[in-house]
Ligand binder design. Structure first.
Ligand code: AMP
Length: 187
């Protein structure tokens, strides 16, 4: 089962992706985490990435591509891709990478929460985790990119009948149960 998980910042998609990966033995591929790893290793690439993420911008296409090239999509049970594609151009890049190995996306889990909830949750996370991109301006940038560039990706997959709509406002366990129920028809 090959999945993509998409949601606005603060929707808990990373948390749900981990739970789903564990339950269905999928490889969890988070581009945000892969990028943060590059930053923590203090490579030249890491410095470029750090500047983009701190401003709440997407990293350039060539960096996105090189990060994805290192990801392992070959896990026999499949994967859950978290944090990509963020725009239609990335969606096309991904399709090209997948078509090389005849991979197809089975479903796209779309966790939605209202804009105000996103902002509130991210401010809370900023206090707990201290991520450099959880400052007010970066938060607004990221949400505006999400609305203008990422939502069209959801609509693209919706036109293919692949979207599973999930309400992201209840607690972690309730959301997870809802996702698992809906994944029954995908497995
Ligand atoms: P996330 O953990 O998914 O919220 O990602 C944190 C930050 O990493 C984003 O705000 C972007 O700066 C960067 N990032 C993550 N995934 C991508 C991607 N697919 N393309 C470009 N930038 C990304």
């Amino acid at each position: 089962m090959n999945l993509i998980i998409i949601g606005p910042q603060g929707s808990g998609k990373g948390t749900q992706a981990k739970l789903i990966a564990e339950k269905y033995q999928l490889n969890h591929i988070s581009t945000g985490e892969l990028l943060r790893k590059e930053i923590s290793e203090k490579t030249a690439l890491g410095q470029e990435i750090s500047a983009c993420t701190a401003r709440g911008e997407l990293v350039p296409e060539d960096i996105f591509f090189s990060i994805l090239e290192k990801a392992d999509f070959s896990q026999p049970n499949g994967f859950i891709l978290d944090g990509s594609p963020r725009n239609m151009s990335q969606q096309q890049t991904l399709e090209k990478i997948f078509s090389r190995t005849d991979l197809i996306i089975d479903a796209v889990i779309f966790i939605d929460i209202p804009y105000k909830v996103s902002i509130e949750r991210m401010k809370k996370r900023a206090l707990i985790e201290g991520r450099t991109d959880d400052n007010e301006q970066a938060i607004k940038n990221r949400l505006s990119i999400y609305q203008n560039e990422t939502l069209p990706v959801v609509e693209h997959y919706r036109s293919q009948g692949k979207v599973i709509d999930i309400d992201g406002t209840p607690g972690i366990e309730a959301i997870f149960q809802n996702i698992c129920t809906q994944l029954e028809s995908v497995k």
